[in-house]
Design a protein. Sequence first.
Length: 177
Amino acid sequence: MSDANAEPEGHEGLIKTPKQLAWTVIASFVVPVVVIIMFANYVAFGEKTGAGSDSMSEEAIARRLQRVGSVQIKDASGPAVLRTGEQVVQGVCGACHTTGAAGAPKIGDSAAWAPRLKTGYDALLASALKGKNAMPAQGGGEYSDYEVGRAVVHMANQSGAKFDEPKAPAPAASAAN
């Protein structure tokens, strides 16, 4: 009969000596620790803040302590110097109208502007002031209606229209009376 505790023939373990067992136990603890340390360094790699870094420089401290908001006092009668249509286009309108972003007609593309030009200057100005489709009111800028009108004329004339420059607004009456 066969012995119940006897091992089957040809079946041996990988660890045959006490020295191999010791090395296996040591490696089973050291390898995961090394892997964890390497992973932590990989995740935390980058610019370190704290003592010895530039986070305590005067510029960095000033950036952290700067005011969140600010108050700007503007003349209610309008800007002292009115911007030209070209300046307004370069400042705001050109971001979309030079590249055609968000479906905006490109400046100089007569075919894209033709249906819009047929509606006339007043309709184009109303769209520019109130916004249309993806374009926000005044193209997202802070310009007077007159400046926006000049920008509309500038873009339309470069795209095939022959609109006249809008008339300058009358100077505001002095409130010193």
